[in-house]
Design a protein around this ligand. Structure first.
Ligand code: 5GP
Ligand code: ZN
Length: 112
């Protein structure tokens, strides 16, 4: 938990969010400013500023984040296509410095 971190506050329910799924280690919320019809954020409950902050010992948690993406895909319609994006560092576009993975779906996502 980092006092100034908005995602830590969301995880601790001190600020509201639209929660899609939650378990012991991971929370999934709707992005407040969606860039696609389905735009979720897959967030570890433990605070890391980005992937560079992950220790080797977090291998289990890293796997759980990907398996959460698989779980979310079960509720998609059609071909169940989706894209995962993770910004790491200010120059990559990261603006919330609590590691998270964007889960995007619901439209053609060809421009990359
Ligand atoms: P980043 O640019 O760090 O990869 O992504 C941060 C994402 O968090 C952005 O897509 C932004 O719309 C979303 N976001 C920022 N503040 C909030 C908030 O208070 N609640 C929710 N649900 N999403 C937020
Ligand atoms: Zn945090």
């Amino acid at each position: 938990m980092q006092d100034s971190c908005i995602f830590c506050k969301i995880i601790n329910k001190t600020i509201p969010s639209s929660i899609i799924k939650e378990n012991e280690d991971v929370i999934v919320i709707k992005d407040l400013y969606p860039k696609a019809p389905v735009h979720y954020l897959i967030i570890p409950k433990k605070h890391f500023s980005d992937i560079k902050d992950l220790e080797d010992s977090e291998i289990n948690l890293a796997g759980k984040l990907l398996l959460m993406a698989k779980e979310l895909s079960h509720d998609l319609s059609g071909s169940r296509a989706f894209r995962l994006v993770s910004n790491n560092g200010k120059e990559s576009g990261q603006c919330v410095f609590h590691f998270h993975i964007h889960f995007l779906s619901g439209k053609q996502l060809l421009d990359f």
